[in-house]
Design a protein around this ligand. Structure first.
Ligand SMILES: *Cc1c(COP(=O)(O)O)cnc(C)c1O
Length: 454
């Protein structure tokens, strides 16, 4: 073993190898040194475990592989075959072609982001999406921030710091990634006043809690859970009535925020932004990258005076949205304006996709995989919307079911390839849902599965 260890070349010697030198010149000397050290260290470990010293050619290969790995981006495309349309772990809403093009154009050069071309002077970045949002929802004014968590934090901080906010116990939600209404409330400096019980809250519960220190009434969407059975919540319109009586603004965290009615696609009705505005909410907030189907953003809509107060708050500057986000949001909203959201916005296209179309795609995939020798069938299944909307609601779908000795092993190998493929495992089967796979990804997907099965 000592003898084998002594055969290992020095770092300097490996660095002088032609291929390693070429890498050092093409990239960086420091990276090449790191890659050489890593190769030598793994060879040393292997020798200690009883292997012979690898030849120099193999050490060079290992070095090259190490360096290439360091130069690869870690954030990579994934083919989503899970059937979860708005998958937070996989980056939520995929964007329309027009949206991507607008974002690229904004990124590429200069723009009139904060420049009024008509007046030839400084303008506001918010105008670009504000008018569209107001037209689509009927709101008086709009503001965009980094995400909806930021939007909620901003509304609470600017309007209720050091004062009380009344909310139903049934709405003290936690969503994935550590967003909890009570925590956000504490962070904003507002004091949480919870009313009602877990399952039932009435208008009088709110009314009894209203006092000198009350700043706001708040409603939050349940997001990812559902309470069923003996339940009651106060409809937004009744909260608004109460708000008017005591001159208190009502803020509504809608979570997903949709402009179209999900009930048209065999799902439960998800409250729309327009409904909250019509019901008279003073401010409504939602995400840009959930059911809206655009880039990550937090959208606040509502009364002009309140939006103006938020706009002046220093936190708005800290939560400021980037130009590419505004460009993308604008392009996505234009699809709704043109009445083309169903065709153009990928999350809506996926939701509206007829099960017959999914079945055709599944059968075509199954045929190609059977030809490759796999044990494949097409089975009935359910897709989900995800993104903290429509908890418990599913859409009928057709799944490609692959039977293999180890579905875990198949899943792992599909995840680790390029591009990564993520599917579902159910029992001894690996499942692919065509609903969330873009048509242009189909060929690559089938190739990857065939390769891994071979
Ligand atoms: C998703 C969600 C949020 C957080 O939105 P992000 O855009 O992820 O920051 C807040 N409230 C509710 C009810 C949600 O569903």
């Amino acid at each position: 073993m000592q003898k084998e260890l002594r055969k290992l070349p020095s770092v300097d010697k490996l660095l002088q190898e032609e291929d390693v030198q070429a890498l050092a010149e093409a990239h960086s000397h420091e990276l090449a040194v790191e890659a050489v050290r890593e190769a030598l260290e793994s060879a040393r470990q292997a020798i200690l475990e009883g292997s012979p010293c690898p030849p120099v050619s193999q050490l060079v290969e290992m070095t090259v592989a190490n360096l290439n790995r360091r130069l690869q981006p870690t954030l990579r495309p994934v083919i989503n075959a899970t059937g979860v349309i708005i998958h937070t772990n996989l980056g939520r809403a995929p964007l329309s072609q027009e949206t991507r093009a607008s974002m690229e154009e904004a990124a590429q050069g200069y723009s009139n982001l904060e420049y009024d071309l008509e007046a030839g002077q400084r303008g506001s970045r918010y105008v670009h999406a504000e008018e569209l949002l107001c037209r689509l929802t009927g709101a008086e004014a709009a503001l965009m921030v980094n995400n909806n968590a930021g939007a909620v934090l901003l509304m609470l901080t600017a309007l209720a710091q050091g004062r009380e906010v009344i909310i139903s116990r049934s709405q003290l939600i936690e969503i994935g990634g550590g967003f909890r209404i009570p925590d956000v409330m504490r962070q904003s400096g507002a004091l949480l006043v919870e009313v009602g019980t877990t399952n039932r809250t009435h208008q009088r519960d709110y009314e009894e809690a209203i006092g000198e220190e009350t700043a706001l009434l708040m409603r939050a969407h349940h997001s990812n859970f559902r309470i069923v059975g003996f339940t009651h919540e106060v409809p937004l319109a009744e909260l608004v009535e109460l708000g008017h009586k005591y001159a208190l603004p009502v803020i509504d965290d809608l979570g997903s925020g949709t402009l179209l009615d999900t009930a048209d696609y065999g799902l439960a009705h998800e409250p729309t932004i327009q409904e909250s505005i019509v019901a008279g909410a003073s401010l409504v907030s939602c995400s840009g990258d959930k059911l809206l189907g655009g880039p990550q953003a937090g959208i606040i809509l509502g009364q002009k005076d309140l939006v103006a107060r938020l706009r002046r708050h220093p936190l708005t500057r800290a939560l400021r949205v980037d130009k590419t986000t505004l460009a993308g949001l604008q392009a996505t909203l234009l699809h709704y304006m043109e009445g083309k959201a169903l065709e153009k916005v990928p999350v809506w296209r996926m939701m509206a996709m007829p099960v017959e179309t999914i079945g055709e795609r599944a059968r075509a995939w199954a045929l190609l995989l059977t030809e490759a020798g796999a044990e494949v069938s097409v089975v009935d299944g359910r897709s989900t919307v995800g993104g903290g909307s429509l908890p418990g609601e599913t859409l009928p779908t057709k799944l490609v079911s692959i039977q293999v000795p180890s579905p875990d092993d198949l899943a792992r190998r599909l995840r680790l390839g390029q591009p990564a493929v993520v599917g579902r495992i159910e029992g001894d089967r690996f499942l692919l849902d065509p609903r969330t796979v873009m048509p242009e990804q189909e060929k690559t997907l089938i190739e990857r599965v065939r390769l891994v099965l071979a």
